[in-house]
Write a protein that binds this ligand. Structure first.
Ligand code: HH2
Length: 293
């Protein structure tokens, strides 16, 4: 496959459909927002803020009210060097939150986990999607769990594990290699029987990439369209932005918004963010511009 195709883009020329929760979302004309809900003590940006189930549920419902189409619940931080969390503890953190959100909202729910046992428990509790930052490589059972359940799956690119990933940043051509490695993960999913319409791909900003490589990935994000699946981006508040604009929360918000505009223009359709309201505004402006084109 020629990964150098698909450079110029517009919202209109990305005919992407996503099957999730018994519905087919047409993402060809617009991008959707995925609200991050980290039920962790140590996430890089919001660690500890929603570790309490009650606060997490409240925040999840607020993100739905703010316009998130999907709420993504995670119980294990994947920031560089984060401590791994055992299955029982990850389940203890996320399951009450997922159950409550499933009862109180019709938004789609996703679980951010690398572990098949956690994904299975989350599916039972009501999620419609699995986001695996290891691209189905960490747990050999993950692809089967995804296939059996009929859930949508986000396949993200990473090398190594969160503990050692920053030692695996050697690329000849980062965009080419990310595409090839994502494609291998997509094939694993297809071989296990995952419906292609349920698959989303994500280049994994900040995962086994240097700052320069993150910027190059964003600059050439359109090349991922050759994978033929909707693209998710997770740049929100990350160090690739922090290094440019500094630590201040307002600066990070504006910096994140800039990356979202660039990503949408390159063809991204799922925006994984902490600040839902602002990301929804970004999508509305981008859509309005495209509509009038
Ligand atoms: N980034 C993080 C976690 N999961 N999943 C996808 N698909 N794409 C991403 O870019 C991505 C992800 C890291 O961000 P966050 O969840 O805010 O932090 P932490 O892992 O420390 O909880």
């Amino acid at each position: 496959m020629d990964f150098t195709q698909s450079k110029g883009s517009s919202l209109k020329d990305v005919p992407h459909f996503l099957s999730i929760g018994g519905q087919v979302l047409d993402l060809s004309q617009h991008a959707i927002v995925v609200g991050i809900l980290n039920v962790t003590p140590d996430s890089f940006s919001d660690g500890g803020r929603f570790f309490d189930s009650g606060k997490a549920i409240e925040h999840g419902l607020q993100m739905v009210a703010d316009g998130a189409a999907i709420i993504e619940v995670g119980g294990e931080s994947t920031r560089p060097g984060a401590e791994p969390v055992p299955v029982d503890e990850e389940c203890r953190r996320i399951l009450p939150v997922i159950r409550a959100l499933a009862n109180h909202t019709t938004a789609f729910l996703s679980v951010d986990t690398r572990k098949a046992a956690v994904a299975e428990a989350a599916l039972e509790a009501g999620v419609h999607m699995i986001n695996d930052v290891s691209g189905l490589r960490f747990d050999p059972h993950m692809a089967q769990v995804a296939a059996r359940s009929g859930a949508a799956v986000t396949i993200m690119h990473m090398r190594g594990t969160p503990q050692d990933m920053q030692q695996h940043c050697q690329y000849q051509d980062v965009v080419h290699e990310v595409c090839h490695e994502l494609q291998a993960s997509v094939h694993m999913a297809l071989d296990a029987g995952v419906d292609p319409d349920r698959i989303v791909v994500d280049p994994g900003f900040g995962f086994a990439k240097t700052w320069e490589q993150n910027l190059e990935l964003l600059r050439r994000l359109g090349e991922l369209r050759s994978l033929g699946r909707p693209i998710m981006v997770g740049t929100s508040r990350k160090s690739m932005i922090r290094r440019i604009v500094g630590d201040d929360s307002h600066a990070l918000l504006i910096g994140t918004a800039a990356t979202l505009v660039l990503a949408i223009q390159a063809g991204a359709r799922l925006l994984r963010v902490h600040d839902v309201k602002e990301a929804v505004m970004v999508t509305k402006v981008c859509e309005a511009v495209e509509r009038d084109a």
